[in-house]
Write a protein that binds this ligand. Structure first.
Ligand SMILES: Nc1nc2c(ncn2[C@@H]2O[C@H](COP(=O)(O)OP(=O)(O)O)[C@@H](O)[C@H]2O)c(=O)[nH]1
Ligand SMILES: [Mg+2]
Length: 407
């Protein structure tokens, strides 16, 4: 009897040993040709057994063997990988924009790259040993070339002449300080540059901002950038696509809005801009939004056409309450032309603030001074690039520092 039991036990042990060998052998076979595998077969490896055997580890770490192609991440494959509905829900594609405070200082390098020539040019001239009539004329020319404007240029030269005379000998530091002070006086350090995005009235309605200007100056871009600034400040924003002449214009605005979760109210193509603007304010009010930004078209073919159109937009919006801010967008690179545009728009609507765009691409930053002088309205925002957060509140000190360079 014992013998029978013994035989059975031996047989069982022997069977177990044999089957164990077979499994190991199979595993070794599976691991063997791995190096020659095609990427397609690698995707199937997650089904492989997780426990590594001795010797396997050196060929392919278990963790590595479990990776799929997507996880290894060929950049193109990753970009094209379809997003599953769950993933889309988990990560809504709403961006969190950078706060606006101190942006001009951060973007100052961009400003000084284009503006430094004015400051440097002036400092070089003022450092000459003899400041004769010819030198002062050169100072004037430098200021006029930078679009400072005739009136402000004459004032500045007069004051500089007087102060340089009083100063006698001039160190570069003294000259820089003097120029900084005088330019700052012209730029107007005390003007109120608040963008009124809050309703001026007592009622509970959103602040309404109308963005106007000639096509191509950067209205839509500025409206989009401003929406980001407001969202970053925790405000809810509704956009009004009152440039109804091209569907692309509304699409462009909507793209900006979608990125920060702001709704865009749009109308039919070639529809009435005033009714889109009206709807935007109405919907913004109903939704309890904080701010409604209205982007307009700026076809400057005739002044009467513009006046009819823009005047009507404003009047229609005002049926629901006052417009709190009318921002005129001007392309800083257009110089005198920009000033002519500014004048026409100012006759059509009451401009309450100026946005100077493309200051990153011009050495004609003096337009800040001339346009304020021309309209008697402060520059409130400046565009310093095509990037989404390249819009900065205008700060006179930071601007003048960029003009005259580092102390
Ligand atoms: N470099 C630079 N480009 C800008 C700036 N603001 C707008 N732009 C560009 O100017 C072009 C026209 O802008 P858009 O907003 O469509 O002008 P709109 O016709 O007035 O609405 C676009 O290519 C913008 O990217 C800026 O501050 N700097
Ligand atoms: Mg536009």
């Amino acid at each position: 009897m014992e013998i029978v039991i013994l035989v059975v036990v031996i047989a069982v042990v022997a069977l177990a040993a044999i089957s164990g060998l077979v499994v190991t052998g199979r595993r070794k076979k599976a691991a063997g040709p791995q190096e020659t595998r095609t990427p397609e077969s690698t995707t199937e490896t997650p089904t492989r057994t997780a426990e590594p055997t001795v010797g396997e580890e050196t060929e392919a770490p278990p963790e590595g063997a479990r990776r799929t192609i997507e996880e290894v991440g060929l950049p193109e494959a990753e970009a094209e990988a379809p997003v599953t509905p769950e993933a889309a829900e988990a990560a809504p594609e709403v961006e969190i924009p950078a706060p606006a405070a101190g942006r001009l200082v951060r973007l100052r390098a961009r400003l000084s790259r284009s503006q430094n020539s004015l400051g440097k040019g002036l400092l070089t001239l003022l450092s000459r040993e003899h400041l004769d009539e010819e030198t002062w004329e050169e100072v004037e020319d430098t200021l006029l070339t930078a679009d400072v404007g005739v009136g402000p240029t004459q004032e500045l030269v007069e004051r500089l002449r007087e102060r340089v005379r009083v100063l006698g000998t001039r160190t570069p530091e003294e000259l820089r300080g003097l120029l900084r002070e005088e330019l700052l006086t012209l730029v107007g350090p005390d003007m109120d540059r608040t963008v009124h995005t809050e309703t001026q009235g007592a009622e509970d309605r959103p602040g309404v901002v109308l963005v106007v200007g000639v096509n191509g100056t950067g209205k839509t871009t500025t409206t989009g950038k401003l929406a980001r600034v407001l969202v970053a400040d925790g405000k809810s924003v509704v956009l009004g696509a009152a440039d109804t002449f091209r569907a692309a214009a509304a699409d462009q605005l909507e793209t900006w809005g979608t990125r920060v979760g702001a709704r865009t109210v749009r109308g039919p193509e070639a529809g009435d801009p005033a009714s889109v603007a009206f709807d935007a304010v109405k919907q913004g009010t109903e939704a309890g939004a904080d701010v409604v930004l209205i982007d307009t078209a700026g076809r400057l073919h005739t002044k009467t056409g513009l006046m009819d159109e823009l005047g009507k937009v404003k009047r229609v919006v005002e049926k629901q309450g006052p417009v709190d801010e009318v921002l005129l967008v001007l392309d800083a690179t257009t110089g005198q032309n920009g000033l002519v545009q500014a004048r026409v728009f100012a006759e059509v609507v009451d401009i309450t603030g100026i946005v100077l765009t493309k200051l990153d691409g011009t050495a004609k930053g003096g337009i800040v001074i001339s346009v304020q002088r021309e309209l008697g309205v402060p520059v409130k925002l400046v565009g310093l690039g095509e990037g989404a957060d390249d819009l900065a509140p205008f700060e006179p000190e930071a601007f003048v520092d960029a003009l005259v360079g580092e102390a």
